[in-house]
Design a protein. Structure first.
Length: 383
């Protein structure tokens, strides 16, 4: 059974029929569940395919990939090719406040679960479709994150200058698209409060990535020139990159002239700030290679952690290149409470990443981990 959600979360009373699977859609619906929405995850008999993406597994033996984006939901097994199960799915969609799906365009229409059909009988529904490349020219293209990183330009600006294009170390485009889906759903729910009528929300991986390219996208549009890979350097700021200390790398992220002067003092080379080559950011970018060589020589004299302490005390943005475990440890030390422990099947809790959105009056309250296949579905009540 799901916990009692009365007076629990800003989205308490919002029911979500979640037909999505893998990452972008499930990430979005998990965010909604964290804030009190009743999310019913409709799964085929074999379950969301990420249930089989192991190892690693959590304390319950469940795929950590699946568990990482499906906490707080009910799981309802429905075979949409079975008439009785399809009828149940339709009833859920026609009574839901929000419907989320990420099938290829046209699949939901085959089952009578498409937006137009749902809107005909449930005009207040907010219907969110997540695709890889939209529903027109890219309808047949498979929406895999790696593919989008490649064709969407992200890989072209990621990786060593003289090396091969690289993907980001996580399916970041899926996550960005999931966040866009959440934003669109909440905007549509807000409009429904005013009009009583729902609408369709469409997000896709391709345009989500193009939007997230930010300064790299705007520079391309303004100049007509596509940016090249700079490794860990920044196209418009210097020094803003990775350096090797005596034992391990660290990052220095100088964003203005004051910070650069503080960096020069902390490194014992105050004359750098008045050097004609480095007196402004524009000049430092122009003479990036010379500046990097000088800084690399100075930084090689101490251990990275020692430099981070010195630079941080001088208000120079600097940090170690942490692994993921070290990153959680740092967030804990900073009092950010990045982990939530959820009750597991035994005595060991299921550790989950905390929701990053902090509301003072109605905070996120994850209560239960991701569901076992088909569990909690029996608790669904009809409106």
């Amino acid at each position: 059974m799901l916990p009692d959600r009365e007076h629990d979360g800003v989205l308490n009373g919002v029911r979500v029929a979640d037909f999505s699977r893998v990452l972008a859609g499930p990430y979005a619906t998990m965010m909604l569940a964290d804030f009190g929405a009743d999310v019913i995850k409709i799964e085929p008999p074999g379950g969301d395919e990420t249930r089989a993406w192991t190892p690693p597994v959590d304390a319950r033996g469940q795929s950590t990939y699946f568990g990482g984006v499906n906490r707080g939901k009910r799981s309802l097994l429905l075979d949409l090719t079975d008439a009785a199960d399809l009828a149940t799915a339709k009833r859920l969609a026609l009574e839901a406040d929000v419907v989320v799906e990420n099938f290829r365009p046209g699949v939901m229409a085959r089952f009578g679960l498409d937006y137009e059909t749902v809107r005909g009988e449930n005009p207040s529904a907010v219907y969110c479709s997540v695709t890889g490349f939209g529903a027109v020219g890219g309808a047949a293209m498979p929406g895999y994150d790696l593919l989008v990183q490649a064709v969407g330009g992200l890989m072209s600006i990621t990786g060593p200058v003289d090396g091969e294009p690289s993907k980001v170390g996580v399916a970041l485009v899926d996550v960005l698209t999931g966040l866009n889906a959440v934003t669109g759903i909440l905007l549509a729910l807000r409009e429904r409060e005013r009009t009583g009528v729902g609408q369709r929300v469409e997000v896709d991986l391709m345009t989500s990535l193009l939007s997230a390219l930010a300064n790299q996208a705007s520079s391309t549009l303004a100049t007509g020139e596509a940016p090249a890979r700079l490794g860990n350097a920044h196209p418009s700021i210097a020094p803003y990159e990775l350096f090797d200390a005596r034992d391990r790398p660290l990052v220095i992220a100088v964003g203005n002239d004051r910070q650069f002067a503080a960096l020069a003092d902390a490194l014992g080379a105050p004359g750098l700030a008045s050097d004609a080559r480095f007196a402004s950011n524009r000049l430092r970018v122009r003479h990036r290679a010379e500046l990097r060589a000088i800084l690399a020589g100075l930084l090689a004299g101490k251990k990275a952690r020692d430099w981070v302490e010195v630079l941080t005390s001088s208000r120079v943005p600097a940090g170690l290149v942490n692994d993921v475990a070290e990153a959680f440890e740092l967030a804990e030390r900073l009092g950010l409470e990045p982990v939530v422990d959820l009750p597991g099947a035994g005595s060991d809790p299921v550790r989950s990443v905390a929701n990053p959105i902090h509301l003072s009056a109605t905070p996120a309250r994850p209560r239960v981990p991701s569901p076992e296949l088909g569990s909690r579905g029996a608790g669904v009540t009809w409106r």
